[in-house]
Design a protein around this ligand. Structure first.
Ligand code: AMP
Length: 279
C-alpha cells in the first residue's frame, strides 16, 4: 500500500492510474466497518484509496476532537490487510492551506438541521467542507460511505447532486459487533459498564421496527423508545422516526415508503449514534 501525505504526490500518482478509483474517507481509529468499505471498493473492481484525517472543522466540542482516538500504525496495518491500494494521511495544513477559504456553504434545507444538526451545530458544514475538499483532491469515480452515519450520507448525496459531481455514492450497511453494537471508533472509550449497556441502542431500534410493523403511531413508539434507553442507563439525545429521503418525521408507517429510525445517546461520556431502516 502506498502512503501519501502530500496532495501533490497523491495527485501525481492518481494521474498515472487507469483503473476506477473507489474512495473511502475516514478519521482513523479503524475497525471492521471501515475495512468493509475498502473491501466493497475492491469487490467493485476499484483501486481503493482511503484517507485518514481527523477533521477539526467538524468537531463542535473541542474536548471530543482532543479525545478522538489516533492509532495510525495499527490503521495502516489494517488497511494493508484489507488490500487497500493507497492511504492519504495529510496534515491539517495540507487539507486547509493557510489563506484559502474552502468552506462549503450549500443550502441543505432541513437535511443538516434536524437530529445531528440540532445537537452538533456546525458539524455538517465542517463535514461537507472536508468531504468536498477530499473529493476534489482524489477525484474518485465512486465514494464509499457507511449507513452508520445515515444523515451524513444524505447530506453528501445532496452535495454531490447540487455540485453535479460525477461521483457514484455507494452506501455500505452498518457493520456490528456480535451483540449488535454498531462498530465505532468511539467504542474504545466506553467503560466496561457502559459497553454492556450500549447494545441496548440496537435492541431498541429492532424493537422499533416490530412496533412500527404493528402499525403503532410513531410518536407513541418514540416516547417508549426514549424511555427504554433511559431505563437501560443511557442518556438519549434524540430518537426520531424519519423519511429516509427528507429526514422529516413520519407519523405513521403508511406515510412513507422509506422509513429510518435514528438514535443518538450518551453511554457515560461517549456519544453514540445508530440507525435502522424500518421500511
Ligand atoms: P469515521 O471515520 O467514523 O468518520 O467513518 C468513516 C466512514 O466509515 C464513514 O463513511 C462511516 O459511515 C463509515 N463507518 C463508520 N462506522 C461504520 C460501521 N460500523 N459500519 C459501516 N460503516 C461505518
Amino acid at each position: 500500500m502506498l502512503i501519501f501525505k502530500k496532495v501533490a504526490d497523491l495527485r501525481q500518482w492518481l494521474a498515472s492510474q487507469t483503473t476506477s478509483v473507489g474512495f473511502v474517507p475516514t478519521m482513523g481509529a479503524l475497525h471492521d466497518g471501515h475495512l468493509e468499505l475498502v473491501r466493497m471498493a475492491k469487490r467493485d473492481g476499484c483501486l481503493a484509496v482511503a484517507s485518514i484525517f481527523v477533521n477539526p472543522t467538524q468537531f463542535n466540542d473541542p474536548k471530543d476532537l482532543e479525545k478522538y482516538p489516533r492509532t495510525v500504525e495499527k490503521d495502516t496495518a489494517l488497511l494493508i490487510s484489507a488490500h487497500c491500494d493507497a492511504l492519504f494521511a495529510p496534515t491539517v495544513e495540507e487539507v486547509y492551506p493557510t489563506g484559502e477559504n474552502l468552506t462549503i456553504d450549500l443550502d441543505f434545507k432541513q437535511l443538516d438541521k434536524v437530529m445531528e444538526g440540532e445537537f452538533r451545530p456546525g458539524h455538517f458544514k465542517g463535514m461537507a467542507t472536508v468531504v468536498n475538499r477530499l473529493l476534489d483532491i482524489v477525484q474518485p469515480h465512486r465514494l464509499y460511505m457507511g449507513q452508520k452515519d445515515f444523515q451524513q450520507l444524505s447530506i453528501v448525496r445532496d452535495m454531490i447532486r447540487q455540485l453535479a459531481l460525477p461521483i457514484e455514492l455507494v452506501m455500505c450497511p452498518t457493520v456490528r459487533e456480535p451483540d449488535g453494537l454498531a462498530m465505532s471508533s468511539r467504542n474504545v472509550r466506553l467503560t466496561p459498564e457502559m459497553r454492556v449497556i450500549a447494545p441496548m441502542i440496537h435492541q431498541t431500534l429492532q424493537w422499533t421496527k416490530t412496533a412500527l410493523d404493528k402499525n403503532r403511531p410513531a410518536a407513541e413508539i418514540q416516547t417508549e423508545a426514549l424511555q427504554k434507553l433511559a431505563d437501560a442507563g443511557l442518556r438519549p439525545e434524540y430518537f426520531e422516526i424519519v423519511d429516509g429521503e427528507t429526514l422529516l418525521n413520519v407519523l405513521h408507517r403508511n406515510d412513507s415508503e422509506f422509513i429510518v429510525a435514528c438514535i443518538a445517546a450518551f453511554a457515560g461520556e461517549v456519544r453514540l449514534i445508530d440507525n435502522l431502516i424500518l421500511k
